[in-house]
Design a protein around this ligand. Sequence first.
Ligand code: S3P
Length: 439
Amino acid sequence: MTIKISRFSPLQGTIAIPGDKSITHRAFILAAIAKGKSIITHFSNCSDCTSTAKILQKLGVSFQYESKTVKDRLIITGISNIEQFLHVNDFLDCENSGTTARLMLGMLSAIPSSYTLNGDESLIRRPMKRVTDPLQKMGADFSFSDRTGCLPVQITGKKQLRECNFTLNVASAQVKSAMLIAAAHAKSALKIVSPWLLRDHTERLLKKMGAPIIFDNMDINLKPDSVLEGCEINIPGDFSSAAFFIARAAVEPGSRIIIKNVGLNQTRTAFLNILRRMGSEIRILNFFNDSFEPYGDIEIRGARLKATDLMPEEIPALIDEIPVIAFAMACADGVSNVSGATELRIKESDRISAIVREFSKFNVKIIEKHDGFIIDGPSKFVSPDKPFIHNDHRIVMTASIMATMADGTTEIQNTEAADVSYPSFFTDLDLFRENPQTP
Ligand code: S3P
C-alpha cells in the first residue's frame, strides 16, 4: 500500500501496543517443546512470529485458537517426546526473520533428524555461524551450502547434546537463546557467561515453565534434565514498537501520550535512559512485577531535547531502537555521535547506511562512519521529492514518524514492510491524527 503523511500536531492520546515480538517467538517455541498445553494471550501476529508458527506447525505442533471467533487466545500443544517431531524434506522457510532462524537452529539441534532452514533475500545474507559454532560444540552438525556461513543450512540434530560452558563472543541474545533452547530441549546442562547485558526473555520463560535455571544479568546456569510444563503466557506490549511513538512524543513540546501495558524488562528499556539524558520527561505509571516479565504504562511529555553520544557499551541494550534514537538526535540541539554500532550493518538491512541515506532525504545533516553516524541537529525536516520506499520495517516506521514532522507531504510506499514487527503501525499512527484523546 501507499499512504501520504503530512504534518501532525503534537501527539496527544493513549494507546496500547501489540504483544512483544521477541517474547512471542520464545513463547511459541518453548510451548512447542513443553509437556501439555500452553495458552498464549496478547501474542504478536507480526509476520516474523508467523514464520516461527508456520515452521512449528510443519513439524507437527498444534496451534489452535481457543474459540473460532475470538482469536486472542492461542492453544499450543507441545511435543515433549523429541522422536515425535515430523520429518520435513522441504525447506523450513524463516522468510525475513533472523530470530526464527537462530532460535530454530537451537530447537532443531536436539531433534535426531535432518532439516534445512532457508530465508528470503535479506535473511540469506545474515550471519548464522555465530549460532551454529556454539551449537556444534554442543554436538549438532551443520552443513552450509557455501562458505559464507549464511542460509540455507542443513541441521542434523542429536538427541543427546554435550554439557557446555560458553562465554559469548558476540553481543547477541539470539545466540544465547538458541543455546538455551537446544540445551533445554535435549535436557542437557549449559553455562553461559555474557559480557553484555542482553534481553533475558528466554531465561525468564524457561524458569516460568519449570526449567532448572538460575540467571542474573551476565551468568546463566541451566542444570540438566529440564522438564518444561505448558502454562498460560500473557505477553506484554512490545517496547521496541512503542519506541516509535515514545520518540515522536518526546521530541515535540506540547505532546503528552500514555502507552499502556508495555514490557518494561530492563534489558530492553535503555532507550528511555537515553531520552531522559537528552532532556525528555518520561514517567512509568502502574508498574507491575507480578508476572514473568515486568510491564506498565509509560507517560511521555514532549520537550526540547539536547544532543547526546551513544557509546559502544550502550549499543547491545538498544540495538533495535537506534533508528528512532537517530530521529530523536535529528530533533535535538547540537551534535550527536553514535559509535560501536557495526552490528547494525547486519540487521534486516545495513541500518547504518539506511539511516544515513534515508535521513538525508528528509534534510537531516548526517555523516556515516564505519561504526555509526554523526548527526548535527536540530533538523528542519522536509518531505523527500520522491516517494519513500524501503524494505526494512524499522526504517519505514522511523521515516513515517519523521514524515509527521516534515514540511510537505511524504508518500510512503510499501507500507506492508511494517508487518514484519508491527502490522497495525499505520492504523495506530492514524489514531493520533484522526482521533486525538486526552490521556
Ligand atoms: C532479538 C535479539 C536482537 C534483536 C532482534 C531480536 C531477539 O538480535 O536485534 O531484533 O529476539 O533475541 P541479536 O541477538 O542479533 O542482537
